[in-house]
Write a protein that binds this ligand. Structure first.
Ligand code: ADE
Length: 241
């Protein structure tokens, strides 16, 4: 999957894309068990919208018509940036995504859908908004990561990238699995059960007996019960679907 990111703050992405699973997903990985190499499962291309301004001072924002607080990103640099970036690999059409608090809620189901695509292009606005005419012309999917307002779409873009990339086959190693996570189909979209590891007793607290029993049917049943209990406690809305 090719992932294009359009932002006014490219430096924000370095740490996140250069660490952990997202970093490894973009690298070839030697599989020790059979000495084969799996190719990168994705590539990241971060672009600065400011590089597509046409004015001398590289200004991208202006006050809103009609008045009000904040600044609005002008349509031209956003539109031109999308055109230039898509032309870099014109044989692969990109699903355009605009991160905005007015978008549709992001869900695991959408992450599973987007993980199948050959290319996504994320537009991260900043300041008050992007001029609506750019949005109307580009017709991106509009996505919100939650009912709160961030300073810009960058963190939301990173959330989408993380939740999508880890679902691409080969992104996670053998020991990591996306299937039993909270919200995944495998977990019937309940929250995940609690997890325990060594030591068997810590601060006078033992690991639940059932997990030490070796009885896989009992363990499975206990985990399902725990999932249901924590979902009832924290997300009863998930049970009414
Ligand atoms: N930009 C600002 N707030 C946002 C949110 N909640 N989701 C997506 N993009 C945003």
């Amino acid at each position: 999957m090719r992932i294009d990111i359009l932002t006014l703050f490219p430096e924000m992405f370095q740490g996140v894309l250069g660490s952990s699973i997202l970093k490894r997903a973009a690298e070839p990985v030697l599989i020790k068990s059979d000495s084969t190499t799996r190719p990168p499962v994705c590539s990241y291309h971060v672009h600065n919208i400011r590089d597509h301004t046409t004015n001398r001072h590289q200004k991208v924002d202006q006050p809103p018509y009609g008045g009000g607080p904040g600044m609005v990103i002008q349509p031209q640099p956003v539109y031109d940036c999308v055109q230039a970036v898509e032309a870099e690999q014109s044989d692969t059409s990109a699903r355009r995504i605009h991160l905005t608090p007015t978008g549709k809620p992001w869900t695991q189901k959408l992450a599973e859908e987007y993980a199948q695509l050959p290319r996504i292009l994320l537009i991260a606005g900043h300041y008050e908004a992007i001029d609506q005419r750019a949005i109307d012309t580009l017709q991106p999917d509009e996505i919100s990561i939650g009912d709160y307002v961030l300073s810009g779409g960058e963190l939301a873009a990173m959330v989408l990238i993380d939740s999508i990339v880890r679902l691409i086959p080969g992104a996670l190693g053998h020991d990591e699995s996306a299937h039993n996570d909270s919200f995944s189909e495998g977990a019937k979209r309940l929250l995940d059960h609690p997890h325990y590891t060594r030591p068997a007793v810590w601060n006078d607290m033992p690991v639940p007996d059932v997990l030490m029993s070796g009885n896989h049917a009992h363990i499975e049943k206990w985990r399902e019960e725990q999932s249901l209990k924590i979902t009832q406690q924290n997300r009863p809305d998930l049970l009414n679907h």
